[in-house]
Design a protein around this ligand. Structure first.
Ligand code: ATP
Ligand code: LTN
Length: 327
């Protein structure tokens, strides 16, 4: 069975972007692939985190994985810091990567700009840890949103570099980006991505938002003044974003949607998108609340870490042997 690996950082409240770009697409592989889904808490600490909050968010994100529909009987769910091989192989990857390559990473450049004068060194090393996450499991496919494309490319580059220098150890992975949901844009500024770290609360739909809040945010979403409902990302980014969300949840194509809404106003489109989002998120929110208080969760994560480590340590041992590192 081919292996799937992906992870989400417990660095804030998850948005509809995280859900449609990543979490929802995790589900489609659980019956057909060997899946590892990780809460990447060691990625989250590349920017300062409050220790208590980080601990709480890590557990919350694991509960959300299950609430969204991942079945712990079928997939391996675990927390990154419980499997030390991630950091161990991460170090090896930093010795393979070039400074120039890391400096060219868009996510690094964006986050470094926000960090001001003192840029945490881990922000630059971040992709090396992500490379290790993926390669440890010999993953074939990595479901992520469009913004992670460059990181998947560097994963392929470093895996090939390692294999070329030291012998075939790693599987070369590919990215899996869901149609429609791969890049959900901000509701208030539809030319930038919906982000969990946006200061404007109206710009992002959070998975914890109540129904009336979701409706309010979508009603107030930025559109344009020409009144026509069609997909045109360049000239109509706000309407196109609403259509993408619609398509990702309803399964309709952009052409079908343009026909469905011919002659109708933005109000109708917004009301329908709000209905779809509310219908999708409400059951997840309800299951999530039940799970958080259940003692099951800790046991699931302990089992998950043990299973993940069995796979990770076998790969790590091979990498060490190939490089001449004692273990
Ligand atoms: P931040 O916004 O704080 O930089 P993030 O949400 O981008 O964080 P992660 O939590 O690591 O960072 O993202 C988890 C997954 O969600 C990744 O696969 C990423 O591609 C996806 N994702 C994030 N934002 C969006 C978005 N707006 N549209 C689609 N996918 C997204
Ligand atoms: N960098 C990713 C999160 C991440 C990840 C991974 C995704 C860390 N390790 C491994 C897929 C596979 C992000 O979304 N910011």
């Amino acid at each position: 069975m081919d292996v799937i690996f992906s992870g989400i950082q417990p660095s804030g409240n998850l948005t509809l972007g995280n859900y449609l770009g990543a979490l929802k697409s995790f589900l489609r592989f659980q019956d057909t692939h060997e899946c590892y889904y990780c809460v990447v808490n060691q990625h989250a600490i590349t920017v300062p985190q409050d220790p208590k909050e980080l601990r709480r968010r890590t557990t919350e994100l694991a509960a959300l994985y299950i609430a969204a529909g991942l079945d712990p009987e079928k997939v391996t769910l675990f927390v990154q810091s419980e499997v030390p091989e991630h950091v161990q192989l991460g170090w090896i990857m930093t010795t393979l990567a070039y400074v120039g390559e890391m400096e060219r990473m868009t996510q690094y450049k964006d986050k470094a700009k926000k960090a001001g004068e003192s840029i945490p060194y881990g922000l630059m090393a971040y992709p090396c840890l992500m490379v290790a996450d993926i390669l440890l499991y010999q993953a074939k496919l990595v479901p992520v949103g469009e913004d992670q494309r460059q990181h998947i490319e560097i994963t392929r580059t470093l895996a090939e570099r390692f294999n070329y220098r030291y012998g075939e150890v790693f599987t070369i992975p590919e990215m899996f980006a869901p149609e429609g949901g791969a890049r959900v844009m901000s509701l208030q500024n539809p030319t930038s991505k919906m982000s969990k770290s946006d200061d404007n609360q109206m710009a992002s739909i959070y998975l914890g938002d109540e129904d009336d809040m979701i409706v309010k945010k979508i009603k107030r979403a930025q559109t344009d003044s020409d009144g026509e409902i069609r997909y045109d990302k360049e000239n109509k980014p706000g309407v196109s974003n609403l259509l993408s969300i619609h398509a990702a949840l309803s399964g309709r194509t952009f052409d079908q949607l343009a026909a469905d809404y011919a002659g109708q106003g933005y109000g109708t489109l917004k009301a329908d998108v709000a209905d779809l989002v509310v219908g999708e998120l409400r059951p997840i929110r309800e299951r999530y609340r039940e799970l958080l208080d259940s003692p099951e969760l800790q046991r699931i994560l302990d089992d998950g870490a043990a299973k993940a480590q069995a796979k990770a340590s076998a790969t790590y041992r091979k990498a060490c042997e190939a490089m001449g590192l004692q273990r």
